[in-house]
Design a protein around this ligand. Structure first.
Ligand code: URA
Length: 215
């Protein structure tokens, strides 16, 4: 027992008070981690600098056993404020895109992001932030076991497919992530700024719907 432990014990403060590194060790995703634990691990995460600027973490929203999994980039200002994925302007467009193929976030759909914390000023995620947060996303995918993943935008597509290829070159094909079919499309926030590409996103969604029907 270290001197610090002894002092805490004498003061009657252990095991309620534990040393900081012990708590952090206990908060990593492991093989046996389930939803309940993941929902404790993510809000307590301090693995990258984003924990210093976040209001709260945003794990994801929807049906935890959904067939459809939509993955974006990172929470924005509204998501950081409310603690829910895709609730701002991009989220409204995503809801319309889902409705266009007969889906709703309330039914058989789960929506999440590569990062669980908002990058300040909505800057692009840093490679280190993506690397530190990936175990959370990997665990979510393993727990959901979706039939089909739709990666929205460059960060989701490149992270999941481990590539630096462009969205334009990845669209229109069926990819695989850990044995699960994966389709790439534009990020709704990009579509808000590039309206002509909405028709391409529509093609991607029709492709995704056809793919799901064939699974
Ligand atoms: N953009 C994202 O990638 N995710 C959100 O949750 C909101 C905006």
């Amino acid at each position: 027992m270290t001197r610090r432990h002894e002092v805490l014990k004498e003061m009657g403060l252990t095991p309620v008070w534990r040393l900081r590194h012990e708590k952090e060790e206990a908060k990593e995703v492991r093989e046996e981690t389930g939803w309940i634990e993941l929902k404790q691990i993510v809000p307590a995460c301090t693995a990258c600098g984003l924990h210093k600027t976040r209001t709260q973490t945003v794990l994801g929203a929807g049906d935890e056993q959904a067939d459809w999994l939509f993955i974006g980039e990172a929470p924005g200002a509204e998501e950081d404020r409310l603690g829910e994925a895709f609730v701002g302007q991009a989220g409204k467009l995503l809801d319309s895109m889902l409705a266009a193929i007969g889906l709703s976030r309330a039914d058989n759909v789960y929506i999440c992001n590569v990062l669980k914390c908002r990058p300040p000023g909505n800057r692009n995620p840093e490679p280190e932030e993506v690397a530190k947060c990936t175990p959370h996303l990997t665990k979510q995918i393993a727990l959901i076991e979706p039939k089909l993943i739709v990666a929205m935008g460059r960060f989701a597509a490149q992270t999941l497919l481990n590539t630096d290829a462009s969205i334009a070159s990845l669209r229109g094909r069926l990819h695989q992530y850990a044995g699960l079919p994966l389709i790439v499309t534009y990020h709704p926030a990009y579509l808000l700024r590039n309206l002509p590409d909405k028709s391409k996103a529509w093609e991607d969604l029709v492709f995704a719907r056809k793919t799901m029907q064939s699974l």
